[in-house]
Design a protein around this ligand. Sequence first.
Ligand code: ADP
Ligand code: MG
Length: 622
Amino acid sequence: ELEQQNRDIDEELQVNNSPNYDSEEFAWARSLRTAMRETFKIKEYRLCQRAVCNANVDGRDIVCVMPTGGGKSLTYQLPAFCGTGVTVVISPLISLISDQIMHLKELNVLAAKLTGSTSASESQQIHDRLENLIHGRPDRHLALLYVTPEKLSKSANFRALLQELADNRKLERFVVDEAHCVSTMGHDFRTDYRELNILRKYYPSVPIMALTATCPPKVLDDLVEVLCLKPICKGNKLDGTLYFTAPLYRPNLHYSVLAKPPQSKKAYSILVEYILEHHEGHCGVIYCTSKKQAEEVATSLQEAGIKTGFYHAEKEEHEKESLHGQWRRGEIKVICATTAFGMGIDKQDVRFVIHHSISKSLDGYYQESGRAGRDGKDADCVLFYRPQDAWTLAGMVNSPTGNERLFPMFNFVHDAVECRRLQFANYFSHSAELALSAWGNDAMDPCGHCDNCIRSGSEKEGRDVTLEIWQLVKLMQAVCVCGSRYTAQQIVELARKGATRKNASAETVDMERVCGGLIKLDKEDIEFLLVWMWTKGYVAVKCQQNQYGTNVYISAGSMAAQLLPWSKEEVSGSGCMMVTFLPKSRKEKITPNGKEKCREVVVDDYDEDAMFADDEVEITYL
Ligand code: ADP
Ligand code: MG
């Protein structure tokens, strides 16, 4: 009976389960390994590369999530090189494609690109090669063809050629690089990527592989839907899309969030100081929210003698290229850029990535900061945060889905307690099962070297802010009536002084009557609380476009109703809501390459006379 049972189990395993892709028990294993060493000059597979290569040769649909710099390219380039047909890679940017082709050329692997700017003769040559492939005529093996999504959606000729290739079994697979671009929930949505449903529709027999570094659950759902992939198979079933993922946390990256002074000039000088102190002469990237900011930061760095360039989407193509070149060659050490810079850029020795402001999503932040330390050596990922920036972003994003993506980013910067590795793990894990496979046995261990791991226990102690939150809710409830609108800054002023300036005239509120008195927190902490309250539903945000830009107004949110029935006595000291503020006016610990180092940053309180200044408030650093 037992024997029969065992036979049944064996049979079931054979029928339903995929082979163990993470092994060398395949007829093709040796040729892959040889090509990896001799052609690609790589000694050993890393992360989940071996399993993905095998699954690729086996013709499976694949979603592969690997950290930036993890080596996603090899997982399709190696099978492509060892195969006989052509692998078509869809990539969002010409600069990315050029990078890849250049790299492959150095390795003597034949690859080509078809984009909007490919010349007619070049294009003809590629067509000839593909025709030769279809008809089995002797020619050099064109292993890889890179295209932009527009090429695919716009050129009927090209699609017909692909059809012919597919019919003759010479189209080995489609690879969708930076696949998170298909999703509006991703951090870099591209409309053209939506059209990629044609891959499965027109070429149902061709396997599809999707590659990305960031794929939270909603993006994964979109990916499967848009690319018409078979459902993700759990437990290695033979049918379905295989999902591969590699550890998302890179131990050589040291994450920290630092409080940023409210005034731009001060913020710039703190940044310069940080670089001179910890990364003099090192290569780095500074991400900024706007073109203007990137330019200003670059100027500050240049004035301090740091060789710096700035980069944004509106630069001419040749300017971008020359900047890339200078950076690659080390003639420029630091690049100040908007997020237009860097997707897939393969520079190994980036020792720091600084975010001068928060990103529009945690995916984006992870991706951008992941450009540090690709060589596996220590690197710092530092994010400068001030609550003002949260409202600025709210104005830039100005959409419900956009806001939904902002919240995980806010939670990350507001969390001064939990290990950054665990925060990323919680955010990116799709289910307990997948999380475990992605993180291995020590999945839930803190990293031990991020800012929160290094911070002492007393610094992590939460502060009871139930009363202050209740006061803020009461205040907003009282003043935001009859279409009266307040910015976060105005609410902060009212909260601290019972007065603000509105429409060029002073406005006062009887704080004692409205919410039992002034709020006794400093400006920064109240701003911090308001952002926190937004993520929890106690604050609602409305944006209003005007000729100068977008105004962001706040009012009591839907959760506020739950607090309103309480009395001041009931909420005081109740400990219902605890918050740990970012250290700001105390000793600031900065962790260059994981080594503890202290520096003193003393923040004075706000200059009272400047309270009514419209824009930035002066702040004095001692
Ligand atoms: P990404 O996952 O960001 O697309 P790439 O595929 O561009 O990363 O690879 C990043 C770098 O890592 C490249 O320089 C590549 O040659 C290198 N690399 C890839 N796989 C390995 C490996 N197994 N061992 C050593 N280096 C590797
Ligand atoms: Mg890549």
